[in-house]
Design a protein around this ligand. Structure first.
Ligand SMILES: CC(C)(COP(=O)(O)OP(=O)(O)OC[C@H]1O[C@@H](n2cnc3c(N)ncnc32)[C@H](O)[C@@H]1OP(=O)(O)O)[C@@H](O)C(=O)NCCC(=O)NCCS
Length: 228
């Protein structure tokens, strides 16, 4: 059915294909691999993520986070996915040797979430990538795949990505995808790398999800966005 005829959904799919990645609803079985990745990425995450403390590398804390994510999902307030890099070939190497932890989909590389804001009709996308897995296009691929999914949620008119002005790596993602920089506003510094000024990047195609030209490449999207 064309996207324009489909009814907007209250909850998104639990699995989303995202180029080299599969985005999968986070579940309790992911807690250990998330805790390990956070522990190995603390220096990389700390400047930007207030929650990135040594305690966050404890699997019990991550189990609590998954329980919170379940509640968010059930209430429709937020939808958190693990990003899994698909195996490029069937795994023949024993799991212990690859460190893949036996995930049938591939290797955990980070998380991405969609958060609804009760006050308005926006959905905000947030993400982080394990330090050993950066600069492979994963955050871009995941945000590209989730943007139309977010727009398809009932009552959504636009998708936003927020990041502090000092976070150039994060800002590069909405810029690459053709989001427009709507404004820069003051915010309370929550993490040590932040300057206290937040960029609000917006994707709000005139035709809603159906108007999003996701079949064109990033250049096409950027050109289209800057033409508005
Ligand atoms: C921001 C972050 C999610 C980017 O993830 P990623 O998978 O490495 O991003 P991509 O590979 O898709 O990179 C897309 C573009 O971002 C830019 N970029 C990414 N990392 C960068 C860095 N360290 N320095 C400068 N630019 C960077 C580049 O332009 C890159 O494109 P290129 O590789 O073709 O030049 C990751 O660095 C991260 O987890 N940072 C810490 C947590 C965080 O800041 N989250 C966002 C909070 S708002």
């Amino acid at each position: 059915m064309p996207a324009s005829l489909a009814r907007p959904s209250a909850t998104p799919p639990e699995r989303v294909a995202a180029g080299p990645l599969v985005l999968r609803r986070v579940e309790a079985g992911d807690a250990a691999v998330i805790a390990a990745a956070v522990g190995a990425s603390l220096e990389h995450l700390r400047p930007w993520m207030a929650w990135a403390t040594p305690e966050a590398s404890d699997v019990r804390i991550q189990l609590l986070r998954v329980a919170e994510a379940d509640e968010l999902w059930e209430t429709g307030a937020g939808f958190i996915y693990v990003m899994i890099a698909r195996h490029s070939a069937p795994a023949r190497t024993p799991v212990a040797a690859t460190g893949r932890g036996g995930d049938p989909d591939g290797e955990f590389v980070g998380t991405i979430g969609m958060h609804r804001r009760a006050a308005d009709d926006a959905v905000e996308i947030g993400y982080w990538i394990a330090s050993a897995k950066t600069r492979r296009g994963y955050a871009t691929a995941a945000a590209r795949a989730l943007t139309p999914v977010a727009l398809d949620l009932s009552g959504t008119r636009r998708v936003e990505i927020h990041c502090d002005v000092a976070n150039t790596a994060s800002a590069a993602i909405p810029r690459k995808l053709g989001y427009r920089l709507d404004r820069v506003e003051a915010h309370e510094r929550e993490a040590p790398g932040e300057r206290g000024r937040r960029m609000i990047w917006v994707w709000d195609p005139p035709g809603g999800a159906a108007g999003a030209e996701w079949s064109t490449g990033p250049t096409g999207r950027a050109a289209r966005a800057s033409a508005r």
